[in-house]
Design a binder for this molecule. Structure first.
Ligand code: ATP
Ligand code: MG
Length: 189
């Protein structure tokens, strides 16, 4: 029998940004309207690649490939700004916070991560990567136009690693644990 692990690759946000998003959720919670299931701030992350249910062999190979690619990308500064929704604010399924500073760098990092994972057998998504931090989900499409009009800007923070996470889905929501943390290259040059 092959044990499968639900896994994804992400970058983490700072504790300061987490607190700022928790405050934002407090403000949004007072907006009347559609039922959004807000993500617990301690679980928030910016997904680079969702791997799905994968084997232990795949994970071992993915770790090695990720460790090869992350030193090719420099530590970056990220700032989160603005809200949005997929597929649109009028018929939202996902509510997110966008990236301001660090967007180009995180896109380059995501492309590198995907390329590395492909060499381990990963089948990437077809749609282009759009960096975002999911903060809420809706079971049925709903209009979140009012909510996404709220102003938000996080502190700038440093992203110095890429994390391979395991996800265990449960009745109380998902639980994430770190399988590997792969550092980005420090300093100049
Ligand atoms: P739940 O599924 O219980 O709402 P979750 O979505 O946070 O919890 P997972 O489904 O394990 O947990 O997903 C882990 C991460 O991967 C999340 O950031 C999620 O948004 C992202 N993700 C999940 N499925 C996909 C997908 N098909 N394409 C892109 N990203 C995905
Ligand atoms: Mg999910």
């Amino acid at each position: 029998m092959t044990e499968l692990t639900r896994a994804f690759v992400a970058v983490e946000i700072s504790e300061g940004a987490r607190r700022q998003i928790a405050d934002l959720l407090g403000r949004l919670g007072r907006e009347p309207g559609v039922p959004v299931r807000w993500v617990r701030p301690e679980l928030m992350h910016l997904t680079l690649a969702f791997l799905g249910e994968v084997s232990g062999d795949f994970l071992e190979s993915a770790k090695v490939r990720l460790a090869d690619v992350t030193p090719q990308h420099r530590v970056l500064t990220m700032q989160l700004r603005g809200l949005g929704a997929f597929p649109s604010p009028a018929r939202a399924r996902v509510v997110w916070v966008g990236t301001e500073q660090g967007k180009d760098e995180v896109c380059a990092l995501q492309a590198g991560v995907v390329k590395a994972l492909r060499s381990a057998g990963y089948q990437p998504e077809r749609r282009p990567f759009s960096p975002h931090l999911t903060i809420g989900r809706l079971r049925e499409p709903g209009d979140v136009s009012r909510a996404v009009a709220v102003q938000f800007e996080s502190e700038p923070f440093t992203v110095d690693s890429v994390v391979l996470f395991r996800s265990v889905l449960g009745p109380g929501g998902p639980a994430y644990s770190r399988l590997a943390e792969l550092p980005l290259r420090k300093g100049q040059g």
